[in-house]
Ligand binder design. Sequence first.
Ligand code: SF4
Length: 371
Amino acid sequence: MTIYSSGQQSIAVPKEEWQNQLVNFVNSIEKLEEYINITDEERSVLKANKTIWGTTPYFASLMDPDDPSCPIRKQVIPSREEQVNVHGMDNYLVWKENRDNEENRPDTIARQYKDRVAFTVTQNCGIYCRHCFRKELVVDGNLELDFNVEDGLDWIAMHPEVRDVLITGGDPLLLPDEKIAYLIERLRGFSHIEMIRIGSRVPIVMPQRITENLKSILGEYHRVPIWINTQCNHPKELTEEVAWAVYDLMSCGINVGNQAVLLKGINDDVETFKELHQKLLKVRIKPYYVFYCEAAPGIDHFRTPVEKGAELIRDALRGHTTGLAQPMAVVATNIGKIPLMPDYYIKDKDVREYTLCNHKGQVTKIPNISD
Ligand code: SF4
């Protein structure tokens, strides 16, 4: 309940459900104990933990109370393995987002491509993912950025080659409605901006945030389309609440895609990977990318071999389920995303024909028609 004074009277304004989710954020041992039976190991790591951690009560309620290897638990609760960093790169985000480039950009603008930029507007999240590639900024607090959005908007205004802005964070949908409305209205006012993307885990970890007011803010500006790319990593995260949130977003013209992160021990087996992508479509989320878990420091334990994403697409999805369920496996780097495709399709090629192979190993031939 928020109390504010209006003239002579104090007026109590009930918080919306999503604001209560933030007020009751699960970020202490005491609060976590309301959801799970904490193991001795988890308790010991949490007591020594110096990083930002936690999630919403809604997402915490999806944790298995008795299984420390629960995929939701592993994304939320810090582990001892985070202190082991053999392969993670120091100053990863500076490298990844080209922040030491000579182009004079404000902190809010990250750039890897000519026609699109990432606009970082907050460092707050609805879950502090233990695998986050931005963990130096949002989880560890080792990197400080100036979140002056006016500087970012001014920079975008002066760069007519930018067609497409990804509003990111942290999680932009944690901002108040007025600020989201302002950002979108300003971006839409630039004649060179053709589309706006929002990167947000909110539809998955706090579906209560998709309110009527937010819908009217996002949907009102449909002439410059908005795409929300969320991050769902395990089928357990796809609940009835998420399904309704996505339906509500789509009902006001917002497209919703998924950018999963491939995480060892969470979604890197054939059955889970297949179920995740089939279930995404059941709730109308289009699988878009599967990201190789990046070389940020302290997340070695989540990382698979680079080839794993393409192998899973080959073994779990391609030919095994509808083409709509197929994301692209990519490695995100400082020079952009590098796609990794299963490599079995073309078995052979000569001047007369191609020999093609399907997911069952069956081969067929089609003519090689020269240019
Ligand atoms: S919600 Fe996004 S930015 Fe926040 S910790 Fe998770 S992956 Fe990182």
